[in-house]
Design a protein around this ligand. Structure first.
Ligand SMILES: O=P(O)(O)OC[C@H]1O[C@H](OP(=O)(O)OP(=O)(O)O)[C@H](O)[C@@H]1O
Ligand SMILES: O=c1cc[nH]c(=O)[nH]1
Length: 182
């Protein structure tokens, strides 16, 4: 494999602005915080959901409930169709009945992780609606899934890999793209 240099797509400041914008968009679409809950997908969706929770609290003065889903995709590489999402743990210690759930993840690619998350949420309760917020939408969906809130749309080739780093997990902030050329 012949790795090219990483190109930076977002830094701490642009990530922060995107989160602020998405928080406002969530509040605008849902006309406030009534019946709103956030659920992050581990690992990096959880700190992003926490930031949205904090931003929404700053704007509205209300702390919306925050849960987490632990889903891992097992695949040989990022191009194979044969990926198996496995739900390890669900930490949603509140009722989802009649709630609007905003599911949060760092990257949306094939949509398989989100599909597994939707299954898990529907198993937990009976939400009124589920919306999706992602920091990066890189395209190449293999399922009919789309995000309601997007930090940055990044057209990619399937050979490329997006890396999202958040301080809570990686000790630094940033989004980069790298071509994994053969
Ligand atoms: O739309 P999809 O094809 O499902 O891809 C998106 C998922 O891939 C990444 O997780 P990954 O499995 O790479 O694990 P990681 O976040 O722990 O690195 C990312 O965090 C998303 O959850
Ligand atoms: O490029 C990708 C694809 C899926 N998930 C990631 O985190 N990056």
């Amino acid at each position: 494999m012949n790795l090219t240099d990483k190109a930076q797509l977002m830094n701490e400041e642009t990530i922060r602005r995107a989160i602020t914008r998405i928080a406002h968009e969530i509040l605008e679409k849902n006309q406030g915080v009534k019946d709103l809950v956030l659920v992050g997908i581990r690992r990096r969706g959880v700190p992003l959901a926490l930031r949205l929770q904090q931003k929404i609290q700053e704007i509205e003065g209300v702390q919306v409930p925050l849960g987490a889903l632990d889903i891992t995709l097992y695949r040989d590489d990022l191009t194979t169709l044969d990926v198996q999402p496995v739900i390890h743990k669900t930490e949603v210690p509140f009722s989802l009945t009649k709630k609007t759930v905003v599911l949060v993840d760092d990257v949306l690619y094939t949509g398989r992780t989100v599909r597994a998350a939707l299954d898990a949420l529907i198993d937990i309760g009976r939400p009124q609606a589920i919306q999706l917020a992602v920091l990066i939408d890189r395209g190449h969906r293999e399922l009919p899934i789309r995000a309601d809130f997007v930090g940055k749309n990044v057209p990619t080739s399937k050979r490329e890999v997006i890396s999202v780093c958040v301080a809570e997990v990686d000790g630094e902030e940033g989004v980069s793209i790298q071509d994994m050329a053969e």
